[in-house]
Design a protein around this ligand. Structure first.
Ligand SMILES: *[C@@H]1O[C@H](CO)[C@@H](O)[C@H](O)[C@H]1NC(C)=O
Ligand SMILES: *[C@@H]1O[C@H](CO)[C@@H](O)[C@H](O)[C@H]1NC(C)=O
Length: 421
């Protein structure tokens, strides 16, 4: 399922083979790694730097921590403890924990840069910002004794968003609270970053007490009305896909490889004829809206994303679409009986999610349709407020990289954090 790479590579092949006017230019790019003068050096650099260097480049303090889960995964947890110089005064800072979406990593809230990325904005507003990385993603591809790159062995990849919510989040949150010397924190999740929160608080309700407030950007749990073409295509085969993939030794879906960074640079830059294809790929995966889409940023996006996910994560979302329910992973009748004691996987009990929850949603988000979002909100133990983005065209990825995300979403969110502090 190396769709992205294959699409991008075939584009190179087509362009190079067809001797289009751009062929020489692309060949030169490939050979010399030299890019057109039009493209800012910043974009190239930001696409290639790993997060620690990227954040430090913009003069923000950055710390990388490692947290080991009860089942041996070693997770990279990132921290921007405070803002830039003017905000660099010692003192009490409330902790905010950010959790990324599917195929993404902690980079998602840093990619737009200072002044736009949520992680920077929060640090500048006086928060102690921590960012989680789910097992299997670029910064969390390590395990005490399993190898993510083992041939014909997918043991490392035997997890879905259930384990991320049930094991990764509690481990990371406990670590952050201990390290920061706090008893509770604010949680901000995007997309799958909200799903895993609902999983955690329903399976381990004691974690509700550690949450001052929860903010769900593009909340995803029910997917009965999902309109994302990729997920709709996956849904009918979701029961089989994980089995087949594990039989042929594939556990990882769209890993982060240098090819994407390279392809992002070579093909997605401003002025490249193929830039619209890069935009389309993002559109297929997540959805964005024309008015909010900043194509200049694409090389940076593809430099950091996709950051890896397990086939089982996709299968689990596929099951949610096919089932129209929010249940634990369906392993098939026999395995379900062994694991859960029931033939059908149990539903996540949302009434146990009693942390105060604020929803930030849009009318035109294909992955978080209004009907699904409202149902989820109604069923939570302590829903606080549903806030509709005041732009009816705002889409899924716009919550991260929309040109007006700050004005339309983040400013409001930061006010709510203040109110709950
Ligand atoms: C688009 O992204 C680039 C690179 O991050 C940034 O310099 C530019 O200001 C952005 N444009 C808008 C309209 O936000
Ligand atoms: C939403 O998009 C439609 C079609 O592109 C456009 O006509 C409309 O003005 C947009 N609405 C807003 C609020 O931007």
């Amino acid at each position: 399922m190396k769709m992205l790479g294959i699409v991008l590579l075939s584009c190179v092949a087509v362009v190079a083979g067809g001797r289009s006017p751009h062929a020489d230019y692309i060949e030169k790019l490939i050979k010399t790694n030299a890019f057109g003068a039009r493209v800012s050096d910043n974009i190239i650099e930001d696409a290639t730097l790993d997060l620690p260097d990227l954040v430090r480049k913009y003069n923000y303090p950055f710390e990388e921590h490692f947290v080991t889960t009860e089942d041996g995964y070693i997770l990279g947890v990132h921290r921007i403890p405070h803002g830039r110089s003017s905000n660099n005064i010692p003192g009490e800072r409330p902790v905010v924990f950010l959790m990324h979406g599917l195929l993404s990593s902690s980079a998602e809230h840093v990619i737009p840069g200072p002044g736009s990325g949520l992680a920077y904005l929060l640090a500048d507003e006086g928060y102690d910002v921590w960012m989680g990385n789910a097992r299997g993603t670029y910064y969390s591809r390590r395990h005490l004794n399993l190898n993510p790159d083992a041939l014909f062995n997918v043991d490392f990849w035997q997890f879905s968003f259930d384990e991320i919510g049930n094991k990764d989040l509690p481990a990371m949150i406990d670590y952050v609270l201990m390290h920061a010397g706090k008893s509770a924190l604010h949680y901000i999740g995007f997309s799958q970053g909200t799903t895993v929160f609902f999983v955690m608080c329903s399976l381990q309700p004691q974690y509700n007490d550690k949450i001052i407030s929860m903010h769900a950007l593009a909340p995803v749990a029910y997917m009965a009305y999902n309109k994302s073409p990729i997920f709709l295509a996956l849904a009918p085969v979701s029961k089989e896909i994980a089995n087949i993939a594990s039989q042929i030794g594939i556990g990882e879906f769209l890993p982060n490889r240098e090819i994407y960074t390279w392809a992002g640079q070579a093909l997605c830059m401003d002025g490249m004829i193929l830039q619209p294809i890069c935009s389309s790929i993002l559109f297929l995966i997540g959805g964005w809206n024309e008015d909010q889409h900043n194509a200049t940023m694409l090389p940076v996006v593809f430099g950091h994303i996709p950051a890896g996910a397990s086939v089982m994560q996709f299968a689990h979302f596929g099951q949610s679409i096919a089932d129209k329910e929010f249940r634990r992973f369906d392993f098939g009748t026999l395995q379900n009986l062994l694991r859960y004691g029931t033939a059908i996987p149990p539903r996540y009990d949302l009434s146990k999610v009693v942390a105060p929850a604020f929803f930030h949603y849009s009318e035109s988000d294909p992955l978080a349709e209004v009907e699904d979002v409202y149902r989820l909100f109604r069923e939570l133990g302590r829903p606080m407020e549903k806030i509709r983005v005041p732009d009816s065209n705002f889409s899924h990825l716009d919550f991260l990289w929309g040109i007006d995300a700050k004005d339309l979403v983040y400013d409001r969110l930061i006010n709510l954090l203040r109110m709950m502090d």
